[in-house]
Each structure stands twice: as structure tokens, then as C-alpha cells.
Design a protein around this ligand. Structure first.
Ligand SMILES: Nc1ncnc2c1ncn2[C@@H]1O[C@H](COP(=O)(O)OP(=O)(O)OP(=O)(O)O)[C@@H](O)[C@H]1O
Ligand SMILES: [Mg+2]
Length: 263
């Protein structure tokens, strides 16, 4: 029997998901994926038929991998197509936490990083979540100030979980000759602890296929080892590719993550 959302209480509706109260358990909520895709903090927007189902699959496979690896996430299960059951947040943390292995995207604009430059260990940055302000990055001095002023342990926890999640997802994609370039994840507090929340899908990361078999990824620049033009992620949408093309790329991601259960 399928879940009847018509009769359920909508807690929140965002750009890509609707959150419903679970009438049978106040400690959990349902996340329902939508076909909408946005970029530029909501400025660019389209509806791609079938995207919800694809993102739901990717999200399911990645969270199941992370839970299996004992990463602390809100994810419980995916009871039916386009629906995930998750632990309910007590408090949302209004940050996006970005970890990067390879320089690409916005970091090229605001630092002297060169595209393809490799970070080992990965670097992690915190962005204040605010669409009209375009999610500004918080600098280290400011974060240190907050940590000292509030005696906050959450930043260290988010950084730890983000880097742990990055490395597990990177290792899983490596089995399929694809490099995880960077990832953006979100956090909240559940039962007094920091949890990885929200979704992980085609819009959460950059993914570049290897340029050839057995690349040498252990060098300062890995641009020559990877094929950015074959990217599978939401940059295809940001760069103006057709929505059919974007959908095909997202479907390729889901075809790969489906095999994560065997890695
Ligand atoms: N475990 C959870 N419990 C309750 N709400 C959650 C949980 N995980 C995510 N959410 C909520 O789901 C909503 C996310 O929906 P969506 O991602 O579509 O929003 P959005 O428009 O992208 O906005 P945002 O920029 O806040 O992500 C947010 O309001 C988020 O707080
Ligand atoms: Mg969101």
C-alpha cells in the first residue's frame, strides 16, 4: 500500500523536497522528492519530469552506504519511490559544509586556486545558507571567533563528518572510474548530537570521470587525469545544457550509485 500524503501535515516545502509529519511517529518525517531543479541559489529554475525519481535513488544509495559505514546521518529508509523516511530534526544548522578534493567551481573565483589542483587532505569550508546573499563563505577567523565565543563543538563535528562522508563517497565512485571533486552537505541537531541531514544527490557534488584507466591521482594537479567535459553533475545544468542532457547525466549517477551496495 502506498503512503497517502494528501491527508498529511506538510511541515516544509523547499526547492527540491516536501517534508511531511509522520502521523505514526513524531520522531521521524517523510521527505518527498520533487522534479524541480534550480541553480544560482534559485535564480535558474526548471522542472525535469523524472528527476525526483532519479535523485531519490541516488540519495537512497549514498545514505545507505554512509549508514553502513557508521556515519551519523538522519536517514532511515526509502519506503517507496520518491520518498525517504528520516529522523526529525530538533534544530537545523543554517550552514552548507563544503569539502573539496580538487579545485573547481566557485573556489577558482575567490582564491588563487587553479582548476584541477588537488587537496590532500581535503579542505572544508562553511557557507552561511542564504539564497539572496549567495551563501557567503565564513572565513576561518570568524569561525574561530564563534567557536571560542560560544564554546561550540558543532563545527569540529561537522568538519569531521563531512570529511568522513567525502572519503567514503569518493572511494565508492572510484570503483567506477569517477572522481568526486567536491561535495556540499547539511547538518542539524537530533537528540543533542550533530547529524548529516537533507539529501545527497546530483546537485550535491561535482563528479568527473577519469580520463583514462589507472590515472595518477597522487599529484598536485590532476586535471590531465580527469575528464571535466564528461561531468555527470549539476554543472551540466548550470552551464546551460538541455534538460534532457541533465536528466541523462543524473540517471548515469544513479546507475553508478545503485552498485554501491556491492563495494
Ligand atoms: N531530518 C529532517 N527533519 C526535518 N526537516 C528536514 C530534515 N532534513 C531536511 N529537512 C528540511 O527539508 C527542507 C529542505 O527542502 P529543500 O532542500 O527542498 O529546501 P531548499 O529550498 O533547498 O532550501 P534549503 O536551502 O533550506 O535546502 C529544509 O527546510 C530542511 O530543513
Ligand atoms: Mg535544499
Amino acid at each position: 500500500m502506498s503512503i497517502n500524503f494528501e491527508s498529511m501535515d506538510k511541515i516544509a516545502e523547499g526547492k527540491t523536497k516536501i517534508i511531511y509529519r509522520n502521523p505514526e511517529d513524531e520522531k521521524t518525517v517523510y521527505m518527498v522528492f520533487k522534479d524541480d531543479i534550480t541553480a544560482g541559489d534559485g535564480v535558474k529554475h526548471d522542472v525535469i519530469q523524472g528527476k525526483a525519481l532519479i535523485d531519490w535513488k541516488t540519495n537512497r544509495d549514498i545514505f545507505e552506504l554512509l549508514n553502513k559505514r557508521k556515519v551519523r546521518t538522519h536517514y532511515i529508509s526509502s519506503p517507496e519511490e520518491k520518498v525517504a523516511l528520516v529522523r526529525k530534526l530538533d534544530r537545523k544548522i543554517n550552514l552548507e559544509v563544503v569539502s573539496r578534493r580538487v579545485a573547481a567551481g566557485s573556489i577558482l573565483k575567490w582564491s588563487n586556486a587553479v582548476e584541477g589542483q588537488r587537496y590532500d587532505p581535503v579542505i572544508t569550508q562553511f557557507h552561511y545558507k542564504d539564497d539572496p546573499l549567495h551563501d557567503p563563505m565564513l572565513d576561518d577567523a570568524y569561525i574561530d571567533y564563534i567557536i571560542r565565543a560560544k564554546n561550540a563543538s558543532e563545527y569540529a563535528e561537522m568538519k569531521r563528518i563531512n570529511e568522513q562522508a567525502f572519503e567514503y563517497i569518493e572511494a565508492a565512485f572510484a570503483h567506477f572510474d569517477v572522481q568526486l571533486i567536491d561535495i556540499k552537505l547539511e547538518y542539524g541537531i537530533i537528540d543533542g548530537e550533530v547529524y548529516l541531514i537533507d539529501e545527497v544527490s546530483g546537485g550535491s557534488f561535482r563528479l568527473w570521470p577519469y580520463a583514462h584507466k589507472n590515472p595518477n591521482l597522487n599529484q598536485d594537479s590532476v586535471l590531465g587525469e580527469l575528464n571535466p567535459d564528461g561531468r555527470l553533475d549539476k554543472d551540466t545544468y548550470r552551464m546551460g545544457q538541455s534538460t534532457d542532457m541533465v536528466k541523462n547525466k543524473f540517471a548515469e549517477i544513479a546507475d553508478i550509485t545503485e552498485k554501491f551496495k556491492d563495494v
